[in-house]
Design a protein around this ligand. Structure first.
Ligand SMILES: Nc1ncnc2c1ncn2[C@@H]1O[C@H](COP(=O)(O)OP(=O)(O)OP(=O)(O)O)[C@@H](O)[C@H]1O
Ligand SMILES: [Mg+2]
Length: 407
C-alpha cells in the first residue's frame, strides 16, 4: 500500500482484549482472531477485564454481553469511566437481537459496535482488523509527533548553543584584538627605544676607530669593525620591525590599484640597482592586473615579492620572473613566480614568520622580515597568501585581496 511513512517506522503489534465468561467463547474468539498477528489478552469476567484495562492500552475490546455478576454493559460503563480507556473502541457480542441492539445504540460514548452470536468469523475478523489498523495509525502518528517535537527541541538547543558560541567568539575576538594592539604598541616602543643605545654603540665604535687609530693594533680595529657591523645589522632589524608595526598601525585606504604598473615600476627599480650584473632577467607582467586595495601597502607587497624573486634568482644566468593572476572560486588570486633557488615545501608555513629564513645569509642576504610584512598587509586586506616552491626549480607566491578589512 502507498504508505511510505508506515514502511519506515516499525509499529508494534497492538493489544486486543477478549472478554467472555465462557471458555468456549474465548477459544472461538482466539481461533478467529489469532491470524491477525496481534497480541490477544483474555479475561473471563468483567472484573478481570477492568484489571487488564488498567494494566495496558487496547486497540479494541470485545465484550460478551451476558456474563454473571457484572454483564458486558456494566463492564463497558466502568471501562469508559477510566480516562485511559475512555475512547477505546468496544464491540459487544450479543445473542439476543432487538433489545440489545437498542441498548448498544443508546450507548453514546466513543466507538461502539456489536456482533450477533453465533459469530460470523469473516465479519468478526474484518471488524476487528479495522480497529487494529486505526490503533496502529494513531500509534504511528503519536510516535512521529513525539519524534518531531524532540527534533524541534534538539534543533532549538543547537541553535541556542550556536548563538552562545558566536557571542563567546566575538568576545574572544575583541579580547584578542585588544591584546594584539597592546603587543604592537609595546614592540613598537621597544624597537624605537632600542635605536638610541644602538646608535651610540655604533657611534662610539666609530669614534674609537677614528680617534684612537694610533693606539689600536690591527686586531683591535678589526674587532671594532665587527662591533659596528653587528650594530648596523641590528639597526636594520629594528627598522624592519618598525616597518612591520607601521603596517598594522596605519589606516587602510582602499582604491583601485594598477598592479601591473606597480610591478613594472618595481622591476625597473630592481634593474637600475643592478645595472652592472651580467645576468639576464626576464620580467613578464600580465597587463591589466587591477586590485582594490591600499596603493602604498600593495607597493610594499610587490616590492618584497619581486625583491625576493630577484634575489633568489641571482644565481641564475637566465632568470624569469612572472607576475599574473588566475581566477579562483572566491575571486582572483595574484601570483609572483620565479625560477630561482626555490625552497623545501616542508617549511612553506614558516616563511611568513618574522625573522624566519630558509637560506643562509652567506648565500642570500636578508633579515627575514619581508614576507611577514607582506602577510600582514594581505591579511589587513582580508586576503590570503600562500607559497609553493621546489628546491633548485623556483618559487611561486600567491595572494588574494579580500573585500573587508581584517585587523
Ligand atoms: N622567491 C623566493 N624563492 C626562494 N625562497 C624564498 C623566496 N622568497 C622568500 N623565500 C624564503 O623565505 C625567507 C623569508 O623571506 P623574507 O622576504 O621574509 O626574508 P628575506 O628576503 O630573507 O629578508 P628581507 O626580506 O627581510 O630582506 C627567505 O629567507 C627565503 O628563505
Ligand atoms: Mg625578502
Amino acid at each position: 500500500m502507498g504508505e511510505p511513512v508506515q514502511t519506515e517506522v516499525e509499529v508494534e503489534p497492538v493489544n486486543i482484549l477478549l472478554v467472555d465468561d465462557q471458555p468456549e467463547g474465548l477459544l472461538t474468539l482466539e481461533a478467529v482472531l489469532g491470524g491477525l498477528g496481534q497480541n490477544l489478552v483474555m479475561a473471563d469476567s468483567g472484573r478481570e477485564a477492568l484489571r487488564q484495562v488498567l494494566a495496558r492500552e487496547f486497540a479494541v475490546i470485545l465484550l460478551d454481553v451476558q456474563m454473571p455478576q457484572m454483564d458486558g454493559y456494566e463492564t463497558a460503563a466502568l471501562i469508559r469511566e477510566r480516562p485511559a480507556s475512555r475512547h477505546t473502541p468496544l464491540i459487544f457480542l450479543t445473542a439476543s437481537r432487538m433489545a440489545d441492539v437498542q441498548l448498544v445504540r443508546g450507548y453514546s460514548v466513543g466507538a461502539v459496535d456489536y456482533l450477533f452470536k453465533p459469530l460470523d468469523a469473516e465479519v468478526l475478523r474484518s471488524k476487528v482488523a479495522v480497529f487494529v489498523e486505526l490503533a496502529k495509525k494513531s500509534a504511528l502518528i503519536r510516535k512521529q509527533t513525539t519524534e518531531l517535537v524532540q527534533r524541534e527541541a534538539e534543533a532549538r538547543r543547537l541553535a541556542d548553543a550556536r548563538a552562545q558560541l558566536l557571542v563567546d567568539l566575538e568576545q574572544k575576538n575583541r579580547d584578542l584584538e585588544a591584546v594584539n594592539k597592546e603587543l604592537e604598541t609595546f614592540s613598537y616602543s621597544v624597537s624605537h627605544d632600542l635605536r638610541a643605545p644602538l646608535r651610540s654603540i655604533d657611534g662610539f665604535s666609530q669614534a674609537l676607530l677614528d680617534d684612537y687609530a694610533a693606539t689600536l693594533d690591527d686586531g683591535g680595529a678589526q674587532y671594532l669593525r665587527h662591533v659596528r657591523e653587528a650594530a648596523q645589522h641590528m639597526g636594520e632589524l629594528i627598522d624592519g620591525l618598525l616597518a612591520l608595526a607601521r603596517v598594522t598601525r596605519s589606516a587602510l585606504h582602499r582604491q583601485e590599484v594598477d598592479l601591473s604598473q606597480l610591478a613594472r615600476d618595481v622591476a625597473a627599480r630592481l634593474r637600475n640597482h643592478e645595472r652592472a650584473s651580467a645576468r639576464q632577467v626576464e620580467f613578464v607582467v600580465e597587463p591589466g592586473l587591477s586590485a582594490e586595495g591600499d596603493a602604498r601597502l600593495l607597493a610594499v607587497v610587490l616590492d618584497n615579492l619581486l625583491g625576493n624573486a630577484w634575489k633568489f634568482t641571482s644565481k641564475r644566468p637566465e632568470a624569469r620572473i612572472e607576475v599574473g593572476k588566475f581566477v579562483k572560486d572566491d575571486g582572483p588570486a595574484f601570483f609572483v613566480r620565479d625560477n630561482g633557488a626555490g625552497f623545501d615545501m616542508a617549511y612553506a608555513s614558516k616563511l611568513f614568520g618574522a625573522f624566519q629564513r630558509l637560506h643562509a645569509a652567506a648565500e642570500f642576504e636578508g633579515h627575514g622580515i619581508g614576507l611577514a610584512t607582506v602577510q600582514r598587509i594581505v591579511h589587513r586586506h582580508g586576503g590570503r597568501i600562500w607559497a609553493e616552491g621546489r628546491v633548485g626549480v623556483g618559487a611561486t607566491f600567491h595572494f588574494t585581496l579580500g573585500e573587508g578589512e581584517r585587523k
